[in-house]
Design a protein around this ligand. Structure first.
Ligand SMILES: Cc1cc2nc3c(=O)[nH]c(=O)nc-3n(C[C@H](O)[C@H](O)[C@H](O)COP(=O)(O)OP(=O)(O)OC[C@H]3O[C@@H](n4cnc5c(N)ncnc54)[C@H](O)[C@@H]3O)c2cc1C
Length: 403
């Protein structure tokens, strides 16, 4: 039976980065993955350009039942540390918006960088690995993979969440955590488009493809100001994806379609200058014409001219455009979600090392843990930071045992 210092389950963002760091510390490291390629989500991420981190990483951008948990790892391996690595590989990148850093060329650059770091540090990566059994025996983890057994001193679970089963996502990490006595906090799709009830969808479907700037507020008051996109299934776009992580079934979201303008004042001004202008044409100065026409067929925008618009109608119009109340029917689910909320309960992990508080030398990193970031590079940064924290602990432990 081949013996390793560390076996890492999952060759995604967290697993690869942890493997590279463990290898760098001289640990004999094996990474196992069920896929044919490493880092499949990395390759798909950021529309193929991988939004690999964000310049404004802060713990408040992460959802978790224990909001303090992510602080230590994020502070010890920061976005600037990862950017330094990206610079070392001379990977060209740019800030797209809101501090989001994307590769200029391709996400493949990040996958290649991680692969080089693993190769350079002597890490073995075994793809197409079917892991059928894991147990801890006499202080060693025994992993049965493709009908063979390997043993390791430490075991790192980096098998990610449930989003995008087409890219290899499985509940394996959660089941393994349960096997070792961990609690799994309820999981749900995050950073995911909303679907709409049939009536509203039928009315809005003609808007499919239109994107408008907006601010969207969840029932708990969380607000995101970015674009929303009308789709043939419902609503998407960055503001919707962000708010989806804060939305619970049955709740409404409030959409301000004119976040930069006080519509009331605008209408008063326009009425003074162009009293005979139609309400429709006036609003078309602010929003796509097709969108205004749809709202008019929905009787949300009155026919007629500005001078005919009475105060009650004007107030109703302001409410519609500043606080459009939408009750999503649901989300598109794990099929298209970028992340999974919930997961391994952080109260049973060390925030400094990611080690299980129930089983020594068992670690959980990346998305399998109940830490989920906003859209914009926050999730990869969690993968890098949690992986780094874990790798430092693996090295310390190994030095202590060999001393
Ligand atoms: C389409 C898409 C785009 C995204 N874009 C961005 C972005 O631009 N920026 C950002 O910050 N985040 C982005 N994310 C989120 C980000 O990809 C994840 O948060 C991140 O990949 C999590 O890293 P991880 O290593 O924990 O899990 P993963 O990257 O999901 O890796 C888990 C690995 O474990 C393997 N695995 C699973 N089950 C088993 C099993 N039973 N046996 C063996 N191996 C197994 C999987 O094949 C996979 O390789 C995106 C996600 C998606 C789906």
């Amino acid at each position: 039976m081949e013996k390793y210092d560390v076996v890492i389950l999952g060759a995604g963002a967290a697993g690869l980065f942890c493997g590279a760091q463990a290898g760098k510390q001289g640990l004999k490291t094996l990474i196992l993955d069920n896929g044919k390629k490493i880092g499949r989500k990395i390759l798909m991420s950021g529309g193929g350009r991988c939004n690999f981190t964000n310049m404004y990483i802060e713990p408040a951008a992460y959802l978790s039942h224990n909001p303090h948990f992510c602080k230590s790892a994020l502070a010890r391996y920061t976005q600037w540390d990862f950017i330094e690595l990206v610079n070392k590989y001379a990977i060209p990148y740019h800030e797209k918006t809101l501090g989001q850093l994307f590769c200029d060329n391709s996400a493949q650059d990040i996958a290649d960088m991680l692969s080089s770091e693993c190769t350079k540090n002597g890490v073995t990566i075994q793809l197409r690995s079917e892991i059928t059994h894991v147990e801890k025996q006499d202080e060693q983890f025994i992993v049965t993979v493709n009908n063979k057994k390997v043993s390791s001193h430490s075991l790192v679970v980096a098998t990610g969440g449930l989003s995008m089963p087409g890219l290899g996502a499985t509940p394996f990490g959660y089941r393994l955590a349960e096997q070792f006595g961990h609690s799994i906090l309820p999981t749900r799709a995050g950073l995911v488009p909303f679907t709409l009830h049939k009536n509203l969808l039928d009315q809005l479907q003609v808007l499919s493809g239109i994107s408008v700037p907006a601010s969207v507020t969840a029932a708990n008051g969380t607000l995101f100001k970015e674009n929303i996109l009308f789709t043939h299934r419902g609503l998407s776009g960055p503001a919707i994806l962000q708010i989806s992580s804060y939305w619970q079934p049955g709740e409404y979201v409030s959409i301000n379609l004119l976040p930069e303008i006080a519509l009331d004042n605008f209408l008063v001004r326009e009425r003074q200058e162009h009293p005979n202008q139609s309400v429709k044409n006036t609003l078309s100065k602010l929003l796509p014409k097709r969108f205004i026409e749809i709202l008019q067929t929905l009787k949300q925008i009155p026919e007629g001219t500005l001078k005919q618009l009475n105060p009650a109608q004007q107030q109703a119009l302001c409410e519609t455009l500043h606080c459009w109340q939408v009750q999503p029917n649901g989300t598109e689910g794990y099929r298209t979600a970028e992340v999974t909320l919930g997961g391994v309960d952080t109260r049973e992990l060390s925030s400094k090392t990611m080690e299980s508080l129930k089983t020594a030398r068992l670690y959980f990193i990346g998305e399998v843990v109940d830490v989920t970031g906003w859209l914009g590079g926050y999730n990869f940064q969690w993968a890098w930071s949690s992986a780094w924290a874990c790798a430092q602990a693996l090295a310390t432990l190994s030095k202590a045992t060999s001393a």
